[in-house]
Design a protein around this ligand. Structure first.
Ligand code: PLP
Length: 459
């Protein structure tokens, strides 16, 4: 297979979902009604949905079969034990706490260990992670390596933590740091991986300052694939072994099974600390459910367990990473500014570079995302000043980058869908100079404003 250039999907299609073809006029009307917020669109009006890779993938035949094994006993369901075994096979933490999705795990954890005066470092906090930290009054600090802020800088592990900056923070404020987080892969920084070497260095600092290390492990299998293919000495190792190495370096994790759980819903919180687990379980019971199902039905636990077995298969990961790069390579050849090297789950368009005439506070990423939708029905997601520009003190500043993320749902779209995306992006970027900035209609939402804000075009 390696002799051929063509990437084939390592599956056949077994059930199909129709997608609705819309006209440009229909789309222009739909986006206006949605207040130029792509989250507010009726999904029937979207042709190729690259808003997120979260929960939007196709489940396999074996996952659908596993769903039939779902046992809905309130306590001690066999599906819980199937789930627990699959999770601890890869992540052998002492306590696993199932949640309905990743942010529920974050909410529980930070409610217990966060609070005013605390500071939580991460390579880059994802939006829900940052919001859950800040909701407790704690401060969320991003400490990715400098290359991680430069869309065009080439580095094999651009998601790495800046170890010197972390050491400086721990030296200055170690007593205020209840946990160090590392996000694998670094979604908000372009889906960039973190090396085992970097995790080991972070671990050593955590040991020195006696601070626990947690992973936000949503895309752990993609991260493991990058370690296998890019890190010295890892090429011959099975993916599950690399995952267990990452686990052994951490004290706990948060997880959204909607990504590398290959499921449509689910997540978990895991840790070794008994007292912390007790406190988290008490909150779980209050907000999610009994500890053997958390926020999930037995059938969801089964789907995740099977998804975890599939996601670490090399044929799947090879296809996954190569097919994402296929989109990136074609846009790169066409001269579209992109975050490079390409991330695992998405291609990120550099809207700030593409629309230099639109200042960051006029939201170039949002303007570009709206244009892609109107032109071709493609729904991407702004990852920039709309998402990260507003601060708890009320001020608004440009985000580190203004990107549009084209996230690829797992096992969902074919190569011809992606060829169409390439054409549409090229057509929009060819006339990027004509795109105008946007103004957010006031009053804006008080939290996670990108989900519900409305925009109007600037004159
Ligand atoms: C890195 C990262 N952390 C946390 C989350 C939150 O997970 P969920 O959407 O399941 O709440 C996401 C979701 O996109 C993510 O990408």
């Amino acid at each position: 297979m390696d002799r051929y250039q063509t990437i084939i999907e390592p599956f056949r299609i077994h059930a199909v979902e129709p997608i609705r073809i819309t006209t440009r006029e229909e789309r222009a009307a739909a986006i206006e009604t949605a207040g130029r917020n792509l989250f507010a669109l009726h999904a029937d009006n979207v042709l190729i949905d690259l808003l997120t890779d979260s929960g939007t993938g196709a489940m396999s035949r074996d996952q659908w079969a596993a769903i039939q094994h779902g046992d809905e006993s309130y306590a001690g369901s066999p599906s819980w034990f199937t789930f627990l075994e699959a999770v601890t096979e890869l992540w052998p933490f002492r306590h696993v706490i199932p949640t309905h999705q990743g942010r529920a795990a974050e909410k529980i954890l930070f409610s217990v260990i966060g609070g005013a005066g605390k500071v939580i470092p991460n390579n880059t906090h994802f939006d829900t992670t940052r919001a859950n930290v800040e909701a407790t009054g704690a401060e969320a600090v991003d400490l990715v390596i400098p290359e991680g802020h430069d869309p065009s800088a080439i580095h094999p592990f651009k998601g790495n933590v800046d170890v010197d900056a972390l050491e400086a923070l721990l030296t200055a404020r170690g007593a205020d740091v209840p946990v160090v987080f590392v996000t694998i892969t670094n979604n908000s920084g372009g889906g960039q991986p973190v090396s085992l070497e970097n995790l080991r260095a972070v671990r050593a600092l955590c040991d020195r300052f006696r601070v626990p290390l947690f992973l936000d492990a949503c895309r752990f299998a993609e991260n493991a694939w990058f370690i296998k293919t890019r890190e010295l000495g890892q090429a011959d190792r099975p993916i599950p072994d690399i995952v267990r190495d990452m686990a052994a370096l951490a004290d706990g994790m948060t997880m959204s099974a909607k990504k590398d759980g290959l499921a449509n819903i689910g997540g978990w919180l895991a840790m070794n600390d008994d007292a912390l687990a007790d406190a988290c379980r008490n909150l779980l019971i209050l907000t999610e459910g009994f500890p053997t199902y958390g926020g999930l039905a037995g059938r969801d636990l089964e789907a995740i367990a099977q998804g975890l077995r599939e996601v670490v298969q090399e044929e799947y990961l090879h296809y996954r990473i190569r097919s994402t790069a296929y989109l990136g390579d074609a846009l790169d050849v066409a001269g579209v500014p992109l975050v490079k090297p390409f991330g695992g789950h998405a291609i990120y368009l550099d809207a700030r570079a593409l629309l230099p005439h639109v200042p960051p506070l006029q939201y170039p990423g949002q303007a570009l995302a709206v244009a892609l939708y109107v032109e071709g029905g493609i729904r991407g997601c702004e990852i920039g000043t709309v998402m990260f520009g507003r601060h708890p003190d009320g001020s608004e500043t440009p985000a580190a980058m203004d990107l549009v993320r084209l996230a690829i749902p797992r096992r969902t779209y074919t190569q011809s869908h992606i060829d169409y995306v390439i054409e549409v992006v090229q057509r929009v970027t060819d006339r990027a100079g004509e795109l105008r900035g946007l103004r957010m209609i006031q009053p804006e939402p008080t939290s996670l404003r990108h989900f519900t804000a409305r925009f109007e075009p600037l004159a």
